[in-house]
Design a protein around this ligand. Structure first.
Ligand code: PLP
Length: 417
């Protein structure tokens, strides 16, 4: 484990991390803009807004003027969340770039990815992507993109830039990569990938759900779009589903005005409000998760019934060098290969008493997941294999409880396999 990174980034903090803390609390909303000075952003539940005249209605609908007309076209509470996440992701950019960043919230992380696909791809197009993906994303691109006769081209080795270059052609619409990957924590060189994408005139999309903007901000490395499942660490307490796409103002405006309106997978204002509240404590939560993760990983690495521990900041992880450059602290996802087969691993899962058996991640509670039979359960064995999912693998999403309870629980369950 790289202790230096852990100490530097989770106990002390750099300047931009200092601002991140403030944006988590205040981003996207100014109480002085509210007629009553409400310290919390107001929750606007209504779906429509009275318009002063037809001309204004027309301009707002066309996006030529700010404002709201109808819930599927935009909502003030959702906009607060969008601005907050855009500020978090754009914080490290030069001032003129920072101001050009916007975000579009969606009903879920998958809805965000689907929106990007339908926005960019027509019949005969393709997307080039890493095979190391959350199972739901993999399923979406393997089975659902075909509705538009779009091809998902999986690179053989995402760590090798040539492997990406080989698959790009004139029908490629974008490159897609999850960093860090769920569950193995693979990290890919975002700068090299964005340079490659741009040399072909294509955008790079990075799913940064696992890192959150506290640990990494892909726009700083040249990515064109960043996506998040807000459902996870951003919300932080399993209180609502949501997704978001962050990118240049113009690109986000296009998305908002076209596919987002037509597909209608908008984020409900109540959920946006709850997620915005969750983000208030994002910085402190990420730091607490990181400390606990460090302790759990250290304990797991020493356990004789654990064959392998996958965490991006373990020095024996295949992409450790990239992780050490990009990550500003410990992501809370750990993948562990138990010393046994599927039967023993299921027994281990069922023996856990403190860790919750949930298919979710990024929550204050510690979750354990048997990805083979759950998050990646809908995939064919071939697809699971190419995503690195094994029958004896268990994913931990490390929570904020007293980590000693987690370590004892895991040790006792390992005794029972
Ligand atoms: N991306 C990653 C890395 C995920 O882990 C998930 C869900 O687990 C998603 C996207 C999909 O998000 P949602 O469940 O909000 O649709």
């Amino acid at each position: 484990m790289n202790q230096k990174i852990f100490l530097e980034n989770c106990v002390s903090f750099s300047n931009s991390q200092h601002y991140l803390k403030t944006v988590c609390v205040r981003g996207g909303y100014d109480p002085f803009d509210d007629p009553y000075g409400a310290i919390l952003p107001p929750l606007y539940r209504g779906v429509t807004y009275v318009m002063p005249d037809t001309e204004t209605t027309e301009r707002v609908i066309r996006g030529e003027e700010g404002g709201f007309v109808y819930g599927r076209f935009g909502n003030p509470t959702v906009e607060v969340l969008e601005r907050c996440v855009a500020e978090l992701e754009g914080l490290g950019l030069a001032d003129f770039l920072f101001r050009g960043i916007d975000a579009l919230a969606c009903a879920s992380g998958n809805a965000a990815h689907r929106l990007l696909i339908t926005h960019f791809c027509s019949s005969g197009d393709n997307i080039v992507l890493s095979p190391y993906l959350y199972g739901g994303t993999r399923h979406l691109v393997e089975y659902r993109v075909s509705f538009a006769n779009t091809e998902a081209r999986f690179v053989e080795d995402p760590a090798d830039i040539e492997s990406w270059r080989r698959l790009i052609d004139e029908r490629t619409q974008f490159l897609f990569v999850e960093v860090p990957t769920n569950p193995h924590g693979y990290m890919y060189d975002i700068r090299a990938l964005s340079d490659l994408a741009h040399s072909f005139g294509k955008p790079l999309v990075v799913d940064s759900t696992i890192a959150t903007p506290i640990l990494m901000r892909p726009l700083e490395y040249g990515a064109d779009f960043v996506t998040h499942s807000l459902t996870k660490g951003m919300a932080g307490h399993s209180q609502g589903m949501g997704g978001i796409i962050v990118g240049g103002q113009e690109e986000i405006r296009h998305l908002r005005m076209s596919e987002a309106r037509d597909e209608g997978a908008v984020l409900a204002p109540d959920t946006a409000w709850l997620i915005r509240l969750g983000i208030m404590s994002l910085y402190e939560r990420v730091a607490a998760h990181a400390k606990n993760t460090f302790s759990l990983v250290s304990a797991l690495q020493q356990h004789p019934r654990v064959r392998k521990v996958w965490h991006p900041l373990c020095t024996d992880h295949p992409t450790y060098n990239v992780a050490a450059q990009l990550l500003e602290g410990y992501p809370s996802l750990v993948y562990v290969e138990i010393d046994g087969g599927e039967k023993e691993t299921r027994r281990f899962m069922d023996a856990l008493r403190f860790c919750r058996n949930c298919v979710h991640l990024g929550d204050a509670n510690t979750f354990a997941t048997h990805c083979w039979s759950s998050t990646h359960g809908v995939l064919q064995p071939r697809e699971k294999k190419s995503s690195g999912i094994v029958p004896n693998g268990v994913r931990f999403s490390v929570g904020m409880e007293d980590i000693r309870s987690v370590i004892i629980d895991v040790a006792e369950a390992l005794e029972k396999i």
